[in-house]
Ligand binder design. Structure first.
Ligand code: NAD
Ligand code: TYD
Length: 335
């Protein structure tokens, strides 16, 4: 079997590729990735020579390039490739439209025309918008995205849904909560706070740090996606979550506690515009239908993640340099 993974050089995609190579001896992987600032072949250096792994550089919105990379036959597409950072989408939305919206439609068209019989689209709980203090998103919660990032993901979800309804193309959508774990680009909350704390730099907390996210270890997310590639029903949406809601300030404090650093590193900065207050996810459907559940406890998962960032300072220092540093200076200078 051959699976075509887009965005496999990013955070979740690289964890997924490694998991599949380890646990599915009958699956070959084609990793198709543009290698944007967030994509890094170093994330898969340990499997680069694996006999069942092949990397192709390309953008998902380039139809001819996708078609060529799929030549030889593909059994399933797993579409991770995306622009993924909310703050960047506030600074400039167009790359999000080009990759997340146009790119997803190109992937759907090429995969359908090539006869690929499974298409799993990796989406996010952020498409549901923001919750008040109570309740949780279910698969039937109406889509109400609030950031250019989540709006572009919601648009892609609707195109995936339309491919199923219009063409009978067997697609499945996953919507997961906030991931953390090894290889996450240090622009996102947890790796940003860990790497800044390790360097004794200020930790920029938006507003009062009261916004709530549900945290899931990336390995649990990848196992959920694997179950959905293998057993998810066509035309369905599956929520995936960590059943670990935390206010941002509590996450930051826990990181400082585990690192033995002072809370005086915390800086309360200007809030993100349009900042969603709370995400919480009801993943009963995936649990009961697929027998999947998260296994990592948040405190233990965070400890493992902190150890990984301590041991891989050369990795995050390298990826933090260059174009990301320019974004960091621009975004945080104004906060
Ligand atoms: P990431 O930013 O770490 O990686 C994205 C990858 O996609 C990179 O390797 C990048 O090079 C590649 N890419 C970007 N544009 C491309 C293009 N036009 N063509 C081909 N490749 C391109 O993102 P991530 O955190 O690993 O997220 C992966 C997917 O999971 C995304 O679709 C995201 O919306 C979704 N998701 C993420 C989270 C999270 O907490 N990180 C939660 C739920 C869902
Ligand atoms: P992030 O990791 O960007 O994920 P998302 O916005 O997709 O949920 O942010 C997680 C939470 O952390 C979110 O409420 C915004 C907050 N945050 C900060 O307080 N400071 C920061 O520097 C960043 C990047 C995020």
């Amino acid at each position: 079997m051959r699976w075509f993974v887009t965005g496999g050089a990013g955070f979740i995609g690289s964890n997924f590729v490694r998991l599949v190579l380890q646990e599915r001896p009958d699956v070959e992987i084609v990793n198709y990735d543009a290698l944007t600032y967030a994509g890094n072949l170093e994330n898969l250096a340990d499997v680069s020579d694996h006999p069942r792994y092949r990397f192709v550089r390309g953008r998902i919105q380039d139809e001819a390039s996708v078609r060529e990379a799929m030549a030889g036959g593909v059994d399933a597409v797993v579409n991770f490739a995306a622009e993924s950072h909310v703050d960047r989408s506030i600074v400039g939305a167009m790359p999000f439209i080009e990759t997340n919206v146009v790119g997803t439609q190109v992937m759907l068209d090429v995969a359908r025309q090539a006869g690929v019989s499974r298409f799993v689209h990796v989406s996010t709980d952020e498409v549901y918008g923001s919750l008040g203090p109570q309740g949780a998103f279910t698969e039937s919660t109406p889509l109400a995205p609030n950031s250019p990032y989540s709006a572009s993901k919601a648009a892609s979800d609707l195109l995936v849904r339309a491919a199923w309804h219009t063409h009978g193309y067997p697609t499945v959508i996953t919507r997961c909560s906030n991931n953390y774990g090894p290889y996450q680009f240090p622009e996102k909350l947890i790796p940003l706070m860990i790497s800044n704390a390790l360097d004794d730099k200020p930790l920029p907390v938006y507003g009062q740090g009261a916004n709530v996210r549900d945290w899931i270890h990336v390995e649990d997310h990848c196992r959920g996606i694997l179950a959905i590639v293998e057993r998810g029903r066509a035309g369905e949406v599956y929520n995936l979550g960590g059943r670990s809601e935390r206010a941002n300030l509590d996450v930051v404090r826990e990181i400082l506690r585990q690192l033995g650093k002072s809370e005086s590193l915390i800086r309360y900065v200007k809030d993100r515009p349009g900042h969603d207050l709370r995400y919480a996810i009801d993943c009963t459907k995936a649990e009961s239908e697929l027998g999947w559940t998260r296994t990592w406890d948040f405190t233990a998962g965070l400890a493992q993640t902190i150890r990984w960032y301590r041991d891989h300072a050369d990795w995050w220092r390298r990826v933090r340099d260059g174009s990301y540093q320019k974004f960091y200076d621009l975004w945080y200078a104004d906060r």
